[in-house]
Design a protein around this ligand. Structure first.
Ligand code: DX5
Ligand code: ZN
Length: 221
Protein backbone atom coordinates (compact mmCIF):
# COMPACT_ATOMS: atom_id res chain seq x y z
CA UNK A 1 0.00 0.00 0.00
CA UNK A 2 1.45 3.34 -0.99
CA UNK A 3 -0.58 5.65 1.24
CA UNK A 4 1.09 7.13 4.30
CA UNK A 5 -0.16 7.94 7.77
CA UNK A 6 -0.49 11.70 8.17
CA UNK A 7 -1.77 13.77 11.06
CA UNK A 8 -3.31 17.14 10.22
CA UNK A 9 -4.31 19.17 13.23
CA UNK A 10 -7.38 21.36 12.90
CA UNK A 11 -6.71 24.81 14.30
CA UNK A 12 -10.41 25.58 14.74
CA UNK A 13 -10.23 25.37 18.52
CA UNK A 14 -6.78 26.93 18.80
CA UNK A 15 -6.23 30.53 19.87
CA UNK A 16 -7.04 32.15 16.55
CA UNK A 17 -5.54 35.44 17.68
CA UNK A 18 -2.22 33.61 17.82
CA UNK A 19 -2.76 31.42 14.80
CA UNK A 20 0.76 31.60 13.39
CA UNK A 21 2.37 30.69 16.70
CA UNK A 22 -0.15 27.91 17.35
CA UNK A 23 0.39 26.53 13.86
CA UNK A 24 4.18 26.63 14.11
CA UNK A 25 4.00 24.84 17.42
CA UNK A 26 1.89 22.07 15.89
CA UNK A 27 4.28 21.71 12.96
CA UNK A 28 7.32 21.72 15.27
CA UNK A 29 5.61 18.98 17.23
CA UNK A 30 5.36 16.77 14.18
CA UNK A 31 2.11 17.69 12.39
CA UNK A 32 2.25 16.50 8.78
CA UNK A 33 -0.08 19.20 7.51
CA UNK A 34 -2.50 21.86 8.73
CA UNK A 35 -6.26 21.45 8.32
CA UNK A 36 -7.88 24.88 8.06
CA UNK A 37 -11.65 24.92 8.62
CA UNK A 38 -13.38 27.53 6.48
CA UNK A 39 -17.07 28.09 7.28
CA UNK A 40 -19.47 30.51 5.67
CA UNK A 41 -22.39 30.57 8.13
CA UNK A 42 -24.55 29.15 5.35
CA UNK A 43 -23.51 25.60 4.52
CA UNK A 44 -22.85 25.20 8.24
CA UNK A 45 -24.27 27.26 11.13
CA UNK A 46 -20.93 28.73 12.09
CA UNK A 47 -18.41 31.25 10.81
CA UNK A 48 -14.64 31.05 10.91
CA UNK A 49 -12.22 32.69 8.49
CA UNK A 50 -11.48 33.02 4.81
CA UNK A 51 -8.67 33.48 2.35
CA UNK A 52 -7.21 36.71 3.82
CA UNK A 53 -6.37 34.88 7.00
CA UNK A 54 -5.03 31.85 5.17
CA UNK A 55 -2.82 34.15 3.10
CA UNK A 56 -1.51 35.89 6.21
CA UNK A 57 -0.73 32.52 7.74
CA UNK A 58 1.06 31.44 4.56
CA UNK A 59 3.23 34.55 4.74
CA UNK A 60 4.46 33.38 8.13
CA UNK A 61 4.64 29.66 7.35
CA UNK A 62 6.24 29.17 3.96
CA UNK A 63 6.55 25.46 3.44
CA UNK A 64 3.90 23.54 5.39
CA UNK A 65 1.16 21.71 3.50
CA UNK A 66 -2.15 23.57 3.90
CA UNK A 67 -5.53 21.92 3.46
CA UNK A 68 -8.60 24.14 3.51
CA UNK A 69 -11.77 22.29 4.48
CA UNK A 70 -14.36 24.37 2.67
CA UNK A 71 -17.63 24.14 4.58
CA UNK A 72 -19.23 26.63 2.22
CA UNK A 73 -22.27 26.75 0.00
CA UNK A 74 -20.40 27.84 -3.11
CA UNK A 75 -16.89 26.36 -3.14
CA UNK A 76 -16.26 27.52 -6.71
CA UNK A 77 -16.23 31.11 -5.49
CA UNK A 78 -13.15 30.70 -3.32
CA UNK A 79 -10.89 28.62 -5.57
CA UNK A 80 -8.88 31.46 -7.03
CA UNK A 81 -8.32 33.42 -3.79
CA UNK A 82 -7.41 30.25 -1.90
CA UNK A 83 -4.92 29.27 -4.60
CA UNK A 84 -3.47 32.77 -4.35
CA UNK A 85 -3.28 32.31 -0.56
CA UNK A 86 -1.00 29.31 -1.03
CA UNK A 87 -3.41 26.46 -0.32
CA UNK A 88 -2.19 23.00 -1.38
CA UNK A 89 -5.32 20.89 -0.98
CA UNK A 90 -8.79 22.36 -1.51
CA UNK A 91 -11.35 20.08 0.09
CA UNK A 92 -15.01 20.86 -0.56
CA UNK A 93 -18.33 19.23 0.22
CA UNK A 94 -20.11 17.66 -2.70
CA UNK A 95 -23.59 18.18 -1.17
CA UNK A 96 -24.30 21.75 -2.34
CA UNK A 97 -22.44 21.44 -5.67
CA UNK A 98 -24.19 20.82 -8.99
CA UNK A 99 -21.11 20.11 -11.07
CA UNK A 100 -18.45 18.42 -8.97
CA UNK A 101 -16.35 17.69 -12.08
CA UNK A 102 -16.22 21.34 -13.03
CA UNK A 103 -15.28 22.54 -9.55
CA UNK A 104 -12.60 19.84 -9.33
CA UNK A 105 -11.18 20.83 -12.70
CA UNK A 106 -11.03 24.50 -11.68
CA UNK A 107 -9.19 23.54 -8.49
CA UNK A 108 -6.63 21.58 -10.48
CA UNK A 109 -6.23 24.37 -13.00
CA UNK A 110 -5.56 26.72 -10.09
CA UNK A 111 -2.70 24.44 -9.07
CA UNK A 112 -4.25 22.78 -6.03
CA UNK A 113 -5.11 19.20 -5.16
CA UNK A 114 -8.76 18.17 -4.93
CA UNK A 115 -10.41 16.89 -1.76
CA UNK A 116 -14.00 15.68 -1.82
CA UNK A 117 -15.89 15.68 1.48
CA UNK A 118 -19.14 14.07 2.60
CA UNK A 119 -21.27 14.86 5.63
CA UNK A 120 -22.48 12.04 7.89
CA UNK A 121 -25.84 11.90 6.12
CA UNK A 122 -24.30 11.50 2.65
CA UNK A 123 -23.76 8.02 1.30
CA UNK A 124 -20.38 7.00 0.04
CA UNK A 125 -22.15 5.81 -3.13
CA UNK A 126 -22.95 9.47 -3.89
CA UNK A 127 -19.23 10.13 -4.03
CA UNK A 128 -18.11 7.03 -5.88
CA UNK A 129 -18.32 8.37 -9.40
CA UNK A 130 -15.98 11.23 -8.52
CA UNK A 131 -13.23 9.23 -6.84
CA UNK A 132 -11.04 9.09 -9.93
CA UNK A 133 -10.71 12.90 -9.92
CA UNK A 134 -10.05 13.18 -6.16
CA UNK A 135 -6.65 13.34 -4.51
CA UNK A 136 -8.28 12.91 -1.10
CA UNK A 137 -11.69 11.78 0.09
CA UNK A 138 -12.85 13.18 3.43
CA UNK A 139 -15.39 11.20 5.45
CA UNK A 140 -16.81 13.45 8.16
CA UNK A 141 -17.13 11.76 11.53
CA UNK A 142 -19.18 14.60 13.05
CA UNK A 143 -21.75 16.95 11.61
CA UNK A 144 -19.55 19.76 10.21
CA UNK A 145 -19.66 23.13 11.93
CA UNK A 146 -18.02 22.82 15.31
CA UNK A 147 -14.95 21.37 16.96
CA UNK A 148 -15.09 19.23 20.07
CA UNK A 149 -18.02 16.99 19.10
CA UNK A 150 -18.29 13.24 19.67
CA UNK A 151 -16.87 10.84 17.10
CA UNK A 152 -19.46 8.94 15.05
CA UNK A 153 -18.21 5.37 14.85
CA UNK A 154 -21.09 4.49 12.54
CA UNK A 155 -19.27 6.33 9.74
CA UNK A 156 -16.58 3.64 9.67
CA UNK A 157 -18.34 1.39 7.15
CA UNK A 158 -17.85 4.21 4.61
CA UNK A 159 -14.12 4.25 5.32
CA UNK A 160 -13.91 0.45 5.19
CA UNK A 161 -15.69 0.34 1.86
CA UNK A 162 -13.42 3.02 0.41
CA UNK A 163 -10.25 1.29 1.61
CA UNK A 164 -11.36 -2.11 0.32
CA UNK A 165 -12.14 -0.73 -3.11
CA UNK A 166 -9.43 1.93 -3.37
CA UNK A 167 -6.28 0.64 -1.64
CA UNK A 168 -4.19 3.60 -2.81
CA UNK A 169 -6.64 6.39 -2.05
CA UNK A 170 -5.90 9.02 0.58
CA UNK A 171 -8.84 8.67 2.96
CA UNK A 172 -9.27 11.37 5.58
CA UNK A 173 -11.45 11.42 8.67
CA UNK A 174 -12.42 14.56 10.56
CA UNK A 175 -14.34 15.13 13.75
CA UNK A 176 -13.92 13.78 17.26
CA UNK A 177 -10.70 11.98 16.37
CA UNK A 178 -8.11 11.63 19.13
CA UNK A 179 -6.22 9.00 21.09
CA UNK A 180 -9.45 7.27 22.13
CA UNK A 181 -10.89 6.95 18.64
CA UNK A 182 -7.79 6.62 16.47
CA UNK A 183 -7.71 2.84 16.59
CA UNK A 184 -11.20 2.65 15.14
CA UNK A 185 -10.24 5.00 12.27
CA UNK A 186 -6.96 3.21 11.60
CA UNK A 187 -8.53 -0.23 11.59
CA UNK A 188 -11.13 0.94 9.10
CA UNK A 189 -8.43 2.18 6.73
CA UNK A 190 -8.21 5.95 7.19
CA UNK A 191 -4.70 7.31 6.63
CA UNK A 192 -5.16 11.10 6.87
CA UNK A 193 -6.24 12.05 10.34
CA UNK A 194 -7.68 15.44 11.26
CA UNK A 195 -7.64 16.08 14.96
CA UNK A 196 -8.61 19.34 16.62
CA UNK A 197 -9.24 19.53 20.33
CA UNK A 198 -7.40 16.29 21.12
CA UNK A 199 -4.15 17.65 19.68
CA UNK A 200 -4.45 21.39 20.23
CA UNK A 201 -5.45 20.96 23.86
CA UNK A 202 -2.91 18.23 24.66
CA UNK A 203 -0.22 18.93 27.23
CA UNK A 204 2.21 16.93 25.09
CA UNK A 205 1.26 17.60 21.48
CA UNK A 206 4.33 15.83 20.14
CA UNK A 207 3.47 12.60 21.93
CA UNK A 208 -0.20 12.66 20.89
CA UNK A 209 0.68 13.29 17.23
CA UNK A 210 3.33 10.56 17.23
CA UNK A 211 1.13 8.01 18.99
CA UNK A 212 -1.74 8.57 16.57
CA UNK A 213 0.52 8.35 13.53
CA UNK A 214 2.06 5.12 14.84
CA UNK A 215 -1.37 3.52 15.27
CA UNK A 216 -2.43 4.51 11.74
CA UNK A 217 0.85 3.36 10.22
CA UNK A 218 0.60 -0.02 11.96
CA UNK A 219 -2.61 -0.77 10.07
CA UNK A 220 -1.19 0.35 6.72
CA UNK A 221 1.65 -2.15 6.73
C1 DX5 B 1 -15.76 20.35 12.16
C2 DX5 B 1 -14.41 20.57 11.56
C3 DX5 B 1 -13.34 19.74 12.18
C4 DX5 B 1 -13.16 19.97 13.64
C5 DX5 B 1 -12.25 18.97 14.24
O1 DX5 B 1 -16.71 21.01 11.41
O2 DX5 B 1 -14.43 20.26 10.19
O3 DX5 B 1 -12.13 19.91 11.47
O4 DX5 B 1 -12.71 21.24 13.91
O5 DX5 B 1 -12.16 19.23 15.60
P1 DX5 B 1 -12.30 18.07 16.68
O6 DX5 B 1 -11.15 17.12 16.46
O7 DX5 B 1 -12.25 18.78 17.96
O8 DX5 B 1 -13.62 17.37 16.44
ZN1 ZN C 1 -12.50 20.08 9.20
Amino acid sequence: MSVKAKIGPSILNADLANLAAESKKLLDNGADYLHLDVMDGNFVPNLTFGHPMVKSLRNKIKTAFFETHMMVQNPEQWISPMADAGVNLYTFHIEPVDDVYKVSRLIQEAGMQVGLAIKPGTKVADLEKYISIADVVLVMTVEPGFGGQSFMADMMPKVEWLRQNYPNLDIEVDGGVGPKTIECCAKSGANMIVSGTAVVGATDQRQVIKDMRDVVQSYLK
